[in-house]
Design a protein around this ligand. Structure first.
Ligand SMILES: O=C[C@H](O)COP(=O)(O)O
Length: 226
C-alpha cells in the first residue's frame, strides 16, 4: 500500500517526510484553502520539495467536463505531466476522465461515496479511485468495507484502477486497508502521527533506558559505556 500525505502545509509535509517513508502528497480545494496561500504557489513548493517523480494529486474545481479538462492542462503545465489530476466522480467528471485518459494523463477519481461510482471511474480509465472512508462511516455506512469492495470490484473486472483510500480519522481504518492490500492510502498528518503514538511502547523504551543507566550511569549511552 502506498503511503501518501493528505495536506498542503509545506512545514507539515517536510516533518512527515523526515520520519516516514512517503510516496507523495494529495491535496483538494479545502486543504489548499486551509493552507491560505495562493494555490499554485503552494503546489509548486510541494512539487519542488517532493521531487519530479513523487506522486502529487491536485483536484480540479470546474463543474463541467470541458472546464475540468482545461484545469487539468494548467495543472500539468505548472506541476509536471506526472501530476495526478483529481476529478470528482460526477457525470461530467466521468466524461472528463475519459477525455484526459485519451491524452495519456494521470487521473485520480475523487469524491467517491459509492462502489458504483468507483466502478464507473475504473471503466473511464482512472488510475486511482478515492473512496472517502470516514465520510462514508459518518453517513451510517461502512467506509472500510466500501474501500475493500472497490478493491475487489477492480480486481474481479480486470480493471487496472487502484484504490486510493482517503478521509481517515483513526489508525484502525488505515490498518484494515493496509492488511487488505489496497493500492494506496492518503492520510492527514495528525492521523499519521497517531499511527506510531503508543504510550506502552514509550514506557517500555523508557524502562530499557532506566535499567541501562542503572548499570552505566545517568545519561550514558552504549558508546559511552564500553
Ligand atoms: O480529498 C479528500 C479528503 O481526503 C477527504 O478527507 P476529509 O474527510 O478528512 O476532509
Amino acid at each position: 500500500m502506498k503511503f501518501i500525505i493528505d495536506d498542503a502545509s509545506i512545514e507539515k509535509i517536510k516533518e512527515i517526510y523526515d520520519t516516514f517513508a512517503v510516496d507523495g502528497v494529495t491535496t483538494n480545494p479545502s486543504i489548499l484553502a486551509k493552507n491560505g496561500k495562493q494555490p499554485f504557489e503552494t503546489l509548486r513548493e510541494i512539487r519542488e520539495f517532493i521531487g519530479p517523480e513523487a506522486e502529487l494529486h491536485v483536484q480540479v474545481v470546474a463543474a463541467d467536463a470541458e472546464g475540468m479538462v482545461e484545469e487539468a492542462h494548467r495543472i500539468q503545465k505548472e506541476l509536471g505531466m506526472n501530476t495526478y489530476v483529481k476529478i470528482p466522480t460526477t457525470k461530467e467528471g466521468l466524461k472528463a476522465m475519459k477525455d484526459l485518459k485519451k491524452e495519456g494523463a494521470n487521473v485520480t477519481a475523487t469524491a467517491i461515496y459509492t462502489q458504483m461510482q468507483a466502478f464507473l471511474a475504473g471503466k473511464a480509465g482512472a488510475d486511482y479511485a478515492a473512496p472517502y472512508v470516514n465520510r462514508i462511516d459518518n453517513l451510517g455506512a461502512n467506509g472500510v468495507r466500501a474501500a475493500k469492495d472497490i478493491h475487489d470490484i477492480f480486481k474481479k473486472n480486470g480493471l487496472k484502477t487502484e484504490v486510493l483510500a482517503a478521509s481517515f480519522k483513526n489508525s484502525q481504518q488505515v490498518l484494515e486497508l493496509c492488511q487488505y492490500g489496497v493500492g494506496a492510502s492518503t492520510i492527514s498528518p495528525d492521523v499519521i502521527e497517531g499511527l506510531i503514538k503508543n504510550d506502552t511502547v514509550t514506557m517500555a523504551v523508557n524502562a530499557f533506558t532506566k535499567d541501562f543507566e542503572g548499570l552505566c550511569g545517568a545519561g550514558m549511552t552504549m558508546k559511552d559505556c564500553m
